[in-house]
Design a protein around this ligand. Structure first.
Ligand SMILES: [Zn+2]
Length: 264
């Protein structure tokens, strides 16, 4: 079975195939993730060349097949998220978002809600929202796709929604101070990080206002989310390791600025 369709899609990854062809993975809104074969894109006059650049969204005219590869014929209304095409840091954050989306869902499963989340996250990063925060929001909101749906509305044990909370992976969510004794392996996370974790889990990406988070809290949030991912999700993507390396370099540069004498 094959059919020619016009589908909205976001490029997930592009790789070369033989001399002139490419294999392009696209997250489509109506057919889920699919692998497309694109012929002759490395020739200078290929009209599809720009439409299959990383960080691109378009309406693709495609031959969708139920088994094997699909084929791209044409593209229109091509949108490039150009900030992340040019900036290596934004590129790293956006690559991680796309990698998570790819890991979260099997091929050919239709999920227009996830499609919309990916699109909004890319738009927001492209428009200058803090990429670290956008990544954190995406990490929190995609957790259920990995079978992890922590209780973040209130205490897992008594249900209270007020007060100071900590995170417990064995209880699958928050514990209020009264119930901290239930889990000695609770995360001992910063209350501010927990506060933002709760907000991020229920944010509507369509109505995102300005979010200001202090550098220190951002670090605490990163630690908290890394722990949840390590313990409960159990995947670490190459693109995430690259982001972690960027932080290490950043810290090294900071130390260098603070202690210039060390380098004389
Ligand atoms: Zn409680």
């Amino acid at each position: 079975m094959s059919q020619l369709e016009e589908v909205e899609g976001i490029i997930l990854s592009v790789r070369n195939h033989r001399e002139n062809d490419r294999l392009v993975k696209i997250f489509t809104n109506r057919f889920g993730k699919r692998m497309f074969f694109v012929k002759g894109t490395r020739k200078p006059n290929s009209k599809l060349k720009a439409a299959i650049l990383p960080f691109t969204k378009a309406n693709y005219i495609a031959d969708i097949r139920d088994s094997g590869l699909c084929f791209l014929r044409d593209a229109k209304e091509v949108v490039h998220y150009s900030a992340m095409q040019k900036d290596i840091f934004l590129n790293a954050y956006a690559t991680y978002v796309l990698g998570l989306a790819d890991a979260a869902l099997e091929d050919a499963i239709v999920d227009s809600a996830l499609f919309h989340k990916i699109e909004m996250t890319l738009i927001d990063i492209d428009e200058g929202y803090d990429p670290e925060i956008m990544v954190n929001i995406f990490e929190v909101q995609i957790l259920p796709y990995f079978g992890v749906a922590p209780e973040l509305r209130g205490c897992v044990s008594c249900g209270t929604t007020e007060g100071t909370f900590d995170y417990s992976s064995s209880y699958g969510g928050l514990l209020c101070q009264k119930h901290w004794h239930l889990d000695e392996h609770r995360y001992h996370a910063s209350p501010r990080a927990i506060h933002f974790l709760r907000i991020f889990s229920r944010l509507n990406l369509d109505q995102l206002g300005e979010i200001k988070v202090k550098e220190e809290t951002k670090k605490e949030l990163r630690v908290l989310l890394d722990m949840i991912y390590e313990e409960s999700v159990g995947i670490k993507l190459k693109s995430k390791s690259f982001i972690d390396q960027m932080y290490t370099w950043g810290d090294m540069l900071l130390q260098r600025q603070e202690k210039p004498t060390d380098f004389q």
